[in-house]
Design a protein around this ligand. Structure first.
Ligand code: HEM
Length: 391
């Protein structure tokens, strides 16, 4: 009889644990809000508690005294990070955020499978090393799909496309608190390359024959709202960065789920199957498992007195499995918790789900075999994102 797997030691260890769901369910039910002295963080695990922290006016996405992670401060990567609306609560980003949310909602998602399949033609897939090939596609193809949806010239240009995807991946990796000095240096080089590429892409505009690019509309409206060109370029890069690791995690976790289903004799090609798998994974094995907030002032939250500067770990994956609250707040809510909620809720949710299904379909078409992949994988080291690494 196989030995039972020990529970994760804390919510950070749960992110890369083989089966964290029972632990998360227990947290949401029995410890929905508590202080973890060893982590030096408050922990919100219940759906109502996560919602309350996200909605509180004193909650900030960064520690107020540390707008940029210390490892990145003073570097080109730090400058890029500091300009992202995702990482900032300042009033300056309100006009850009308004434009960005509107443009993201207007993106055309029809025909995603065909577009991603065309982009995939330019990517090599070495069938003798399927794990490595899948790992590479998981990170590259979603970035290219988002770039293409925004109107950046990546289709039919494998050289530029591969370089752009590699630079976005390097930058995303440097943002992790677990990044090594080498990864941070690579992230800075990537930031410089991406700024130059995006500046050039925004200034060139679309060929006269092409329909208007979503990126041009975004730039036009943001300039009219008084946003500086450099900030627009930074946040256009930000969209590719946001698309990278989280969507890689969604693709990877879908492959794991498919592999397990196939082992039980189910077939992934049935119509609607990938949509159902994406929906299940977003709720039960989500790519972004937690996020953080930092208190700008003292506040009373969920029955506890928090001090200015305190950090709160919001365990989105536990909120998603909270069985205490039917309806709005619980995992059955229309929007999966993995996309966050409130002032910084992800505007890329529909895009990410559509891209991930298209990437999985392209991988299956190219010969990836989830049943084989699921037999040998581990999770990439991370404190918040659950991304399989296939061996
Ligand atoms: C499965 C894929 C994705 C997941 C799980 C995800 C998850 C999240 C989460 C949890 C947040 C909120 C973070 C917080 O409040 O602390 C967020 C914010 C954001 N996401 Fe996503 N995301 C995904 C894909 C994307 C994609 C494809 C895009 C755009 C192309 C995108 C764009 C953004 C932006 C711009 C924000 C910041 C919003 C703001 O600060 O107002 N995301 N995402």
């Amino acid at each position: 009889m196989p030995m039972p797997i020990p529970m994760p030691s804390d919510p950070l260890a749960a992110v890369t644990h083989a089966d964290p769901a029972p632990y998360y369910r227990g947290l949401a039910a029995r410890r929905p809000f508590y202080r973890d002295e060893a982590l030096g963080l408050w922990v919100a695990a219940g759906a109502a508690e996560v919602a309350a922290v996200l909605a509180h006016p004193a909650s900030r996405v960064r520690p107020p005294a540390q707008p940029v992670p210390p490892g990145l401060a003073g570097s080109p990567a730090g400058a890029l990070f500091g300009g992202l609306i995702r990482m900032n609560d300042s009033a300056w980003n309100a006009p850009l955020k308004g434009v960005l949310l509107k443009r993201m909602a207007a993106l055309e998602l029809g025909g995603m499978r065909q577009r991603v399949s065309a982009l995939a033609q330019g990517l090599p897939f070495d069938l003798t090393q399927p794990g490595a090939a899948v790992n590479h596609w998981m990170f590259s193809l979603p970035v290219l799909a988002v770039a293409d949806a925004l109107g950046l010239a990546v289709a039919g240009q494998p050289g530029v496309a591969m370089q752009a995807a590699a630079q976005v991946t390097a930058f995303a990796r440097a943002m992790s608190p677990l990044a090594t000095a080498q990864e941070i240096a690579a992230g800075s080089e990537a930031a410089t390359w991406l700024q130059a590429w995006m500046r050039e892409s925004l200034s060139v505009g679309a060929p006269a024959s092409a329909p208007g690019r979503p990126l041009d509309a975004l730039q036009r409206e943001a300039l009219a709202a008084g946003v500086a060109k450099e900030v627009i370029a930074t946040n256009a890069i930000g969209l590719l960065i946001q698309a990278c690791e989280a969507t890689a995690g969604l693709v990877g976790n879908m492959l794991v789920r498919l592999g397990r289903e196939m082992a039980q004799g189910r077939c992934p090609d049935e119509s609607g199957a990938l949509r159902d798998v994406a929906a299940l994974v977003l709720r039960e094995d989500p790519p972004v498992q937690n996020t953080r907030r930092f208190l700008a002032t003292d506040a009373r939250l969920c029955g506890a007195d928090l001090k200015a500067g305190d950090g709160v770990l919001l365990v989105l994956a536990a909120a998603s499995l909270d069985e205490r609250m039917p309806g709005e707040c619980a995992g059955k809510a229309s929007r999966p918790w993995t996309f966050g909620a409130g002032r910084h809720a992800c505007p890329g949710d529909a895009l990410a789900a559509s891209v991930a299904q298209a990437v999985v379909a392209a991988l299956l078409a190219r010969g990836a075999d989830p049943a084989a992949l699921v037999r040998a994988f581990r999770y990439r080291p991370s404190l918040n994102t659950r991304i399989p690494h296939f061996l």
